[in-house]
Design a protein around this ligand. Structure first.
Ligand code: NAG
Ligand code: NAG
Ligand code: NAG
Ligand code: NAG
Ligand code: NAG
Ligand code: NAG
Length: 386
């Protein structure tokens, strides 16, 4: 059912008259379950489940809109999806892996849930990407989602955390701003926005794979070595120009520049089964507000520039996509098309994975938030043509 703007206005007026907070008047989503925000050159749609982005429309080189992110047409399917790949959501309260499912804070060792081969992934059960967030503000170009995470709701993540994410759009740019507090306890807190891209919207007849895209990380020669379970070992490596993990040495490097290289299969672990990328690149010495990553596609002509306050970026090239998920109706060349292995890339600006277990990286204080402190995270994607 679609609520008319008249009813919305009446609800808002009634809320004010009754002295209720204005958020009581936030309208329900549209008939497809989505909230839509837009600005010149960009339209973005969201659902409360995981505070997830479902669709992101920007202009391609032919002037037509391209939906550049993965997702499902049916908003109700997100919570039912058996192979939930954290589609464009906010995982939390501590994103990525916690090594050996434990951490030590202020002298106490906490055992977290082992849900990823001996490690904890995205905080374990009851992670934020599997919950229905509240919409607390909405305008034509901005939406805010909030979550209150009870102490110990995920095993041994102690202390209540209150967090919010504001998505806004302006002039071909998608802005993402998160804040969080932990008023009662010091707790591990590290967030990201976990978007999966295919800038061709699966319409390139030459290939559905992501390897034809270009990728440049101008400040990221260094990356974290990881073990077979994608857990950082502690070692920081430097990618030689032209090597598999090099995206720094030249602009417009093909994302798949090393597809035929020895070691490409297995480059993201799983004893040779994970092909491509599932790792963390450090951003070194980037000027404030610099573009730290550019993803592009000659086929659609779309270019995406990332700016972030975060010290690094996770790249995951969708090796575990098994061809069971459909592409959206506005994507692909036929209704039967599926999300196949290595056909997308998740790009996640975040702090060093498992930094709470690596004091030698000096990230511990950034990854622990307690009473009187506010955690902040900010990124933006600006779209244009290659
Ligand atoms: C997140 O929570 C859901 C629901 O409890 C669970 O099925 C899933 O395994 C958890 N972890 C990850 C990494 O998705
Ligand atoms: C949404 O708000 C309600 C009412 O304040 C609260 O009970 C609920 O826990 C909130 N949901 C989340 C995910 O924080
Ligand atoms: C957290 O919950 C688990 C059960 O899920 C319990 O064993 C543990 O004692 C709780 N920890 C704290 C600090 O309350
Ligand atoms: C919008 O972006 C374009 C391209 O970056 C720029 O030329 C233009 O000045 C911007 N307009 C506004 C209102 O910011
Ligand atoms: C990889 O090998 C295939 C088959 O020989 C070839 O078509 C392709 O151009 C190669 N790709 C790169 C990036 O070298
Ligand atoms: C952490 O700080 C120490 C002391 O300032 C420094 O020697 C070390 O290089 C830093 N580690 C990293 C990974 O930046």
């Amino acid at each position: 059912m679609r609520y008319s703007s008249m009813i919305i206005a009446a609800l808002a007026e009634a809320a004010v008259v009754c002295g209720l907070p204005v958020e009581a008047a936030i309208p329900p989503p549209d008939a497809t379950g989505r909230y839509t925000i837009s600005a010149p050159g960009i339209k973005a749609q969201f659902i409360p489940y995981g505070a997830s982005l479902t669709n992101l429309f920007v202009a391609g080189k032919d002037g037509k809109d391209v939906d550049v992110v993965l997702g499902y047409d049916d908003a109700d399917y997100y919570p039912k999806d058996p192979g939930h790949p954290v589609y464009n959501s906010i995982p939390g309260r501590y994103v990525n892996r916690i090594g050996h499912a434990q951490y030590t804070l202020d002298g106490v060792t906490y055992k977290t849930e082992d849900n990823d081969g001996g490690n904890t992934l995205h905080s374990g059960t009851n992670n934020w990407s599997f919950r229905f967030w509240n919409v607390t503000a909405l305008s034509a170009d901005s939406i805010t989602f909030a979550i209150s995470d009870a102490s110990n709701s995920s095993l041994n993540m102690i202390g209540r955390v209150d967090a919010s994410v504001t998505y806004s759009v302006t002039n071909s740019t998608w802005n993402i701003k998160m804040t969080a507090t932990s008023p009662d306890n010091r707790t591990p807190l590290m967030l990201t926005q976990h978007t999966y891209f295919n800038l061709d919207a699966y319409k390139n007849p030459a290939t559905p794979l992501i390897w034809d895209h270009t990728l440049h990380l101008p400040y990221s020669k260094r990356y974290l070595e990881a073990d077979q379970g994608a857990l950082p070992t502690g070692k920081i490596l430097t990618a030689a120009p032209g090597s598999i993990n090099d995206f720094a040495s030249a602009p417009n490097l093909q994302f798949g520049h090393s597809v035929n290289a020895t070691g490409f299969k297995g480059n993201c672990g799983a004893n040779g089964v994970c092909e491509g990328y599932n790792g963390y690149w450090i951003i070194d010495d980037a000027p404030k507000d610099a573009v730290v990553l550019t993803l592009g596609s000659a086929f659609s002509g779309v270019k995406a520039d990332l700016r972030t306050t975060q010290p690094g970026i996770v790249l995951y090239s969708c090796s575990w996509m098994d061809g069971s998920a459909p592409v959206k109706a506005d994507q692909g060349l036929s209704a039967a098309q599926k999300v196949v292995k290595s056909s997308c890339v998740a790009i996640e600006a975040q702090d060093y994975p498992d930094g709470i277990n690596h004091p030698e990286w000096n990230r511990t204080s950034a990854q622990i938030t307690g009473p009187g402190q506010t955690y902040n995270w900010e990124s933006s994607w600006t779209f244009g043509l290659v």
